[in-house]
Design a protein around this ligand. Structure first.
Ligand code: FEO
Length: 403
């Protein structure tokens, strides 16, 4: 009987057997505006090996794609590159239905899988750099600790020159196309940057080391097969090159002006700052939080030198949307930023000071004291905003030359 879902052939022995999640829009705080995919791969030959699984609700879809290749046969082994539930959620169901003799994972992967699913899984640990033949098919395993979990590893299939890179070099993008060369470059770069900025940014130094390590190993990679987004069968070095660039967090003459406003006063200050920056040669991204999501702010900050944040004061505090964004951005540990805080107030005025303190606490080099305007900014207040922007632009250009 024909299966409702079909596998897609990737190479001589490899099939894509994952699932497309068209509906997901929130990935633990990251707005996945174009959905996502959970890629799993079936390696066939002398034995059948499943590389990762999918998020639990998509198990039937994955199983159907597996069945479309091997019918009712079982599989010999599952390689779990990453224990996060978008890839391991369906692992217990896969074990029950496909009967693998073993599950290979890293040492930290074994701990994470046991912590998630109990000790009933029969796990076999592979070491960093280990090569192993599974049912006559050779694989090499490389740990990628903290990229982005302690358990993370990637698996290389030298026979077909496929690197199963787990979350590495992926993107959240649902598509009917399975290969990157079928998708416009602009979308690949946008979603790749968004994924990097929102997930990998705190681990930038490790990304740099990983890319150097992969280069030093001189792996021949004809297919780059991440667990999210399209598979690369052409230009396999492109996403690693972009990751290497993004990991440096080299700032451009660009600033993000993010703010939340109650009665447009903080917004008026934001406009004066944006105009001042633009007049001085800085490209400005104007991001009112009534419209923009925290993950868009993180994405725009990836290559920005300037980080200006504004909030009105509400009940002696910054506005909740600004607290949300600043908390989120702080966790991402952005580097090489300079900026300032601003905001309007009525009678107490803590908002802009609190924003200033949060920017400082995340290592933003402050170009001035927080600007505060009572109720509605007057001409003097707006002039102060423009002066701050002019001062900041000079510092940004000096800062860029230093980097
Ligand atoms: Fe796609 Fe870290 O899970």
């Amino acid at each position: 009987m024909s299966e409702p879902f079909q596998a897609v052939k990737v190479s001589e022995r490899v099939y894509w057997v994952g699932a497309v999640d068209w509906n997901i829009r929130d990935f633990h705080g990251y707005q996945t505006g174009r959905g996502s995919t959970y890629n799993a791969f079936l390696v066939t030959g002398e034995s059948n090996i499943l590389i990762d699984t999918v998020k639990k609700p998509f198990f039937d879809e994955m199983l159907s794609r597996v069945r479309s290749v091997i019918g009712d046969a079982g599989i010999d082994c599952i390689v779990s590159n990453h224990a996060e539930l978008d890839h391991a959620g369906a692992l217990p169901d896969a074990v029950r239905n496909l009967g693998p003799k073993k599950i290979l994972t890293s040492k930290m992967g074994a701990r994470a899988l046991h912590d998630h699913f109990g000790t009933g899984l029969d796990l076999s640990i592979v070491k960093d750099g280990e090569s192993r033949s599974i049912g006559g098919i050779d694989f090499t395993f490389l740990e990628t600790k903290m990229l982005h979990w302690p358990d993370s590893m990637v698996t290389y299939l030298p026979g077909d020159r496929v690197l199963f890179s787990q979350d590495g070099f992926g993107m959240h993008l649902a598509s009917t196309e399975r290969f990157s060369d079928e998708i416009p470059n602009e979308i690949l770069e946008q979603e790749g940057a968004k994924y990097f900025a929102n997930i990998l940014l705190p681990f930038s130094p490790l990304v740099t080391k990983l890319i150097e390590r992969i280069k030093s190993l001189d792996l021949r990679i004809d297919i780059l097969a991440p667990d999210h987004g399209p598979i690369w069968r052409k230009d396999t070095g492109r996403m690693p090159e972009l990751w290497a660039k993004w990991a440096l967090q080299k700032p451009k003459a660009k600033a993000v002006i993010v703010f939340d406003s109650m009665w447009q006063s903080t917004e008026t200050m934001a406009k004066a700052i944006a105009e001042g920056l633009v007049e001085n040669g800085i490209s400005a991204r104007f991001m009112p939080l009534q419209v923009f999501h925290r993950s868009d702010v993180a994405t725009e900050l990836l290559d920005a030198a300037g980080f200006f944040a504004g909030s009105s004061t509400l009940n002696k505090h910054l506005l909740p949307r600004m607290a949300d964004v600043l908390t989120y951005i702080k966790g991402l540990k952005p580097r090489n930023k300079m900026g300032a805080a601003f905001g309007s107030f009525g009678w107490s005025g803590e908002g802009s000071q609190q924003v200033h303190e949060m920017l400082e606490s995340m290592g933003v080099e402050m170009v001035g004291a927080p600007l505060a305007a009572r109720y509605v900014p007057d001409a003097n207040d707006l002039e102060s905003c423009r002066q701050l922007a002019t001062q900041a632009a000079t510092r940004i250009f000096e800062h860029i030359e230093d980097k």
